[in-house]
Structures are given as structure tokens and as C-alpha cells.
Design a protein around this ligand. Structure first.
Ligand code: MN
Length: 198
């Protein structure tokens, strides 16, 4: 066994017109797949037999350099696909909605912070809603870096590498982030992560 590229949780054309089939084809079949291939190529001996999510997380926590970059990007992308769904957008409900109001004043307060994090990440990286202890926080990370490496639990992420949006939005990261939050985000996934992580 080795790590494998997970299927997208929806059809490649299912997020159109917000993200095109062409974007998902490149982002999933080329970029995400390359991280999986690179990771498997870097693992030797007993590590080459590893394939589970728990294995992946233990590799990430112990790695640096190329092994960290590729293992973290495998984790980040597998997580990112689940942060979107056809017919996404709207607002969170239940316990997560209450926690967001408490931490950010309102849902608008959260979207403002998430947008700010996504827009001010210089170069490639990720914007995240995370649990830090029992508190909700918005953070950004550069390149492959991720909350797990900093003792935080990821609830939601926005990939702000150019490969995530350049086909559909060219250089307009702001338009991509607005569309992600308006039409793509799966708050049920974030709520499930919140319920599991707190
Ligand atoms: Mn990406």
C-alpha cells in the first residue's frame, strides 16, 4: 500500500460556474495527484507501506523540508475539497453558529476576518477557521503549512494558491474568495469538524 489520491466528493463539473471542471481537473488530477506521488516517492522502508489518515498526520508532525511540504499538501487538499459542495454558501447553523457569534460578533464578522486572511496571505497559502483550545480563530498559513503543525484543529480552509483560482478568476483572488464564501462553502462540514474537535 501507499497513499492514494482520494476521489473528489462531487463530479468535476458540479461546482460550475463558480469553479470550472477545468480548474478541478488541474487542481485535483494534476496538483493534488503530484503531491501524493511525491510523498510516496519520498517514503522509504516501513513508511512506504503507510496509507491511512493517521499515518499521514504522524508523518506531517515529524517532517520538515520536502517531506513536510508534500505530506501537508496531501492533507490540505483532501480537506479543502470537503470544504465545498454544489449548492454551497449560506450560513452555519447550530452550535457552530453560536460559537461564531461569540468569537467574531456575527457571521459577517467571521466572513470579514476570513476574507482579510485570504487576501493578506502574501503569495501561496491557505486561510483557515480553526479551533485553538476551545476558541474559534481565523489564521493564515504560507505554502503547505497547516493548523495541525501548530496544535490547532482545522474546521474550514480556503486554498489561496494561484492554481486554485487562476483558470476561472485570473489574478482576482478577491472575487474567488467572495465566490467561495457566497456559493461554494460547506458549513455542514465545518460544523461536523467543530462537533468532533471541541
Ligand atoms: Mn491547491
Amino acid at each position: 500500500m501507499a497513499f492514494t489520491l482520494p476521489d473528489l466528493p462531487y463530479d468535476k463539473s458540479a461546482l460550475a460556474p463558480y469553479l470550472s471542471a477545468e480548474t478541478l481537473e488541474y487542481h485535483h488530477d494534476k496538483h493534488h495527484n503530484a503531491y501524493v506521488t511525491n510523498l510516496n516517492g519520498l517514503l522509504q522502508g516501513a513508511d512506504a507501506e503507510k496509507s491511512s489518515q493517521e499515518d499521514l498526520e504522524s508523518i506531517i508532525l515529524g517532517a520538515d523540508g520536502g517531506l513536510f511540504n508534500n505530506s501537508a499538501q496531501v492533507w490540505n487538499h483532501s480537506f479543502y475539497w470537503k470544504c465545498m459542495k454544489p449548492g454551497g454558501g449560506g450560513v452555519p447553523s447550530g452550535d457552530l453558529a453560536q460559537a461564531i457569534d461569540k468569537a467574531f460578533g456575527s457571521f459577517e464578522g467571521l466572513t470579514k476576518e476570513l476574507t482579510q486572511a485570504a487576501m493578506t496571505q502574501f503569495g501561496s497559502g491557505w486561510a483557515w477557521l480553526v479551533l485553538e483550545g476551545r476558541d474559534l480563530k481565523v489564521i493564515k498559513t504560507g505554502n503547505a503549512d497547516l493548523p495541525l503543525k501548530h496544535g490547532r484543529v482545522a474546521l474550514l480552509t480556503i486554498d489561496v494558491w494561484e492554481h486554485a483560482y487562476y483558470v476561472d478568476y485570473r489574478n482576482l483572488r478577491a472575487k474567488y474568495v467572495e465566490t467561495f464564501l457566497g456559493n461554494l462553502v460547506d458549513w455542514d462540514f465545518a460544523a461536523a469538524n467543530y462537533a468532533a474537535g471541541r
